[in-house]
Design a protein around this ligand. Structure first.
Ligand SMILES: NC(=O)C1=CN([C@@H]2O[C@H](COP(=O)(O)OP(=O)(O)OC[C@H]3O[C@@H](n4cnc5c(N)ncnc54)[C@H](O)[C@@H]3O)[C@@H](O)[C@H]2O)C=CC1
Ligand SMILES: O=C(O)C(=O)COP(=O)(O)O
Length: 524
């Protein structure tokens, strides 16, 4: 049974995919509420209000996925989540239109003094001369960040006869041409725009993108909008430039601290503000809630998710093709980890045959996840597998080979430790399943599943019989058994599978038998 915590106000209708799950319970509480049972939570849904920092994650040992019902994930410590193997997803486009419309509404309101004028009429005043506005028509709108929202805003502004100058280092000239906007440098936008609006994410690079230095380059009488994130425009610098009359006005939906409290910006008549309402429409809230709910459900059903911030994106169709190899990769990693007990320095995977047409990097991560699973306390999965390997000084390699050893597809994983290396090879046979066909130098053929025992022994008459006797004497049923050897009378291996795990006592007895070189229990 999964427990899902909905920690912010999220559309109930949009949560339906989760509420309908028979194996999940949905709790709607704040993370600070003692009844939110943080240590039992498998999935966490938030908007911008809940700060998901490392301290919170430490209280949630079962957490597997954080879903942001919206765009900005700056309230989530994605790095800490990644380290802990927690998938972070968002709803990247569910609130685009609402936020673009809100920005436009703020711009129009600011240019025509609507909030200020509205208040005077409510106060039974009639001051028509105090509220002379400015037309949008013919003005230059500077857009910093031409992503989803910036683009939708540009379309609307063009319809009002505005010239659009944009700065976005990731925008190509070709795309700017198609959108009918002028691609500029930051300085060009600052120098020429009548109104400047920011639509970037808040990152180390964009924090203070509009600082005193940038403000000093703008036209006198410029207007500013921030409906993206508090901090992209430095609030202190903006207050200074509004105070000295250089900036004519600002419209703010977001603040460095929310709620902003006694923020000096709010004291200016020329600053209008809303309480982070960009995404607050019925439509956007339904969109983002249902987007993330569907994704969380898919994730809990072990299906691929599309909008992950920290997991390689794999479409459903591609995942269906990769699924058999995905399972097998994890199992091969796990077998390796249980057979080679010492620390390893290198893990390399060679793909050949049909599997090379698939997203092999995903399989490499799955192999690593399988390898680390029983070795370290942190949950390792495809999210943090490479990072975990790097932190432990393990070099990870991936190769493609033209030789599939006679199989349609083939995955060979080699783990190198200081003194030795261990090789495992698997293939997936349609309508038959995964098979391990090579183990530590021996050809073999077994199903990587359940409770296995891997024995290295000398190829002598009676060894198999003596192993069988001990197991039989202890009522241990052998479900399957495969043997392999390099030459008659030389080294050999056995792989046995049991219906239940092999107990310590039987293992110790097997270990005392003549001609047994080593024994490894493998649990998959
Ligand atoms: N007020 C509200 O309620 C809402 C605010 N937002 C915020 O709006 C912002 C934009 O959202 P979307 O358009 O959906 O994101 P997006 O990811 O589609 O677009 C962001 C754009 O910023 C550009 N960019 C990144 N670094 C830049 C830099 N240093 N200088 C200039 N451009 C840069 C990127 O290339 C990208 O094109 C985000 O901060 C998001 O959190 C989003 C939804 C609602
Ligand atoms: O989606 C975003 O980035 C937003 O800022 C919307 O925030 P909210 O979900 O309304 O708290």
């Amino acid at each position: 049974m999964f427990t899902i915590l909905v920690a912010d106000s999220i559309s109930k209708e949009g949560l339906q995919p989760l509420l309908e799950m028979t194996n999940a319970k949905v709790i709607q509480k704040k993370v600070t509420d003692p009844e939110s049972y943080l240590d039992e939570i498998d999935a966490l849904l938030v908007r911008s209000a809940t700060k998901v920092d490392e301290a919170l994650l430490d209280k949630m040992p079962r957490l597997k996925i954080i879903a942001r019902a919206g765009v900005g994930v700056d309230n989530i410590d994605v790095e800490a989540a990644t380290r802990k193997g927690i998938v972070v997803i968002n709803a990247p486009d569910g609130n685009t239109i609402s936020t673009a419309e809100h920005t436009f509404a703020m711009m129009a309101s600011m240019m025509r003094n609507i909030p200020q004028a509205h208040q005077t009429v409510k106060n039974l005043e009639w001051q028509r001369n105090d509220f002379i506005g400015t037309e949008l028509f013919g003005k230059t709108l500077g857009i910093l960040g031409m992503g989803r929202i910036g683009t939708e805003l540009a379309k609307r502004a063009k319809a009002f006869g505005m010239n659009i100058h944009v700065f976005d280092p990731f925008l190509t000239k070709d795309r700017a041409g198609k959108l009918g906007v002028e691609l500029c440098t930051l300085d060009e936008v600052l120098e020429h725009a009548d109104i400047i609006t920011v639509h970037t994410p808040l990152t180390a690079e964009t924090k203070g993108l509009i600082n005193e230095h940038a403000l000093s380059k703008t036209k006198k009488g410029v207007f500013f909008l921030n409906c993206a994130r508090g901090g992209i425009i430095d609030e202190q610098a903006l207050a200074k430039y509004i105070g000295n009359g250089h900036v004519a006005g600002a419209a703010l939906d977001v603040f460095e601290t929310e709620p902003p409290g006694e923020n000096p910006l709010l004291k200016f008549d020329h600053v209008i503000a809303t309480p982070h309402l960009g995404a607050s429409t019925k439509e956007a809230q339904l969109n983002v809630a249902s987007q993330v709910s569907k994704e969380v459900r898919l994730f809990l059903e072990e299906k691929p998710v599309s909008n992950s911030i920290n997991l390689p994106a794999i479409s459903k169709d591609i995942y269906e093709k990769i699924r058999p190899f995905h399972q097998m990769s994890k199992q091969m990693g796990s077998i390796l980890s249980q057979c080679i007990k010492e620390g390893i320095q290198e893990l390399s995977i060679t793909y050949s045959g049909t599997v090379t047409e698939l997203e092999t990097s995903y399989l490499t991560k799955a192999t690593l996840a399988g390898f680390f699973k029983n070795r370290i306390a942190v949950n390792v999965n495809e999210v943090n597998a490479l990072l975990t390997a790097k932190e432990r000084g393990i070099t990870v390699g991936e190769k493609i080979s033209a030789d599939p050893f006679g199989y349609a597809n083939c995955l060979t994983v080699t783990a190198k430790a200081e003194e030795k290396s261990f090789v495992i090879r698997g293939t997936y046979i349609d309508n038959y399943g995964p098979r391990i066909v090579f183990l530590n130098g021996f050809n073999i053929d077994f199903l990587p599943e359940g409770n296995l025992l891997y024995i290295q022994h000398r190829d002598r008459p009676g060894v198999i019989g003596r192993v069988g006797k001990i197991l039989g004497d202890h009522s241990i049923n052998i479900a399957t058994m495969q043997v392999g050897r390099k030459e008659i009378g030389g080294e050999a291996i056995m792989v046995l599978s049991f219906d239940k795990p092999l107990d310590d006592h039987s293992l110790a007895l097997l270990n005392q038998l003549d001609d047994i070189v080593s024994l490894n229990r493998i649990h998959l």
